[in-house]
Design a protein around this ligand. Sequence first.
Ligand SMILES: [Cu+2]
Length: 182
Amino acid sequence: MVAGILTAAVAAAVLTASGGAPGAGADCVRAEGRFAPSRAHAPALTYDRNLVPPGARILVTQRHEHGGTRVGLRVKGVRAGHEFGVHVHRKPCGVDPEAAGGHYQNHPDPVQPSENPDYVNPGNEVWLDFTARRDGSGAASAVHPWNFRPGEAASVVLHREQGGAGDRVACFTVPFEPRAGK
Ligand SMILES: [Cu+2]
């Protein structure tokens, strides 16, 4: 009985800690992964062991906020000091780094692959660029007043360079949610 009450108290404390500010919605997506070599069948794949060693960890969260969407990123175990470019991409990861397709765009560029800065920018796309700390950890978040269209946002890709392009060094398949309550 006592043990049961203690367990419940701990669970409540954890929920409070991860729930953010009072009144903010809970995360609708919370995906955690551990990077594996790209030959493996895993949701988190690394294409560059130097920058993202196998075993490095990633956490991606999504929550609906003020009618829009917040996406959060945390990583551990990546190359210290490196400036990673990160975006939400349209398709799930694959052994081929190109499997994740292009960036998710709120207003889709009619010309694909998209290279027009009117479309390739952090307002029309979800950018989560970060610089890894000395201990190999990193974090970023992005808030937009819009939501994902169903089935069109499926992964988070880490790039060698920041900005809108560059080699793909790792990929994490994430089932992003199109809108609140669904
Ligand atoms: Cu990208």
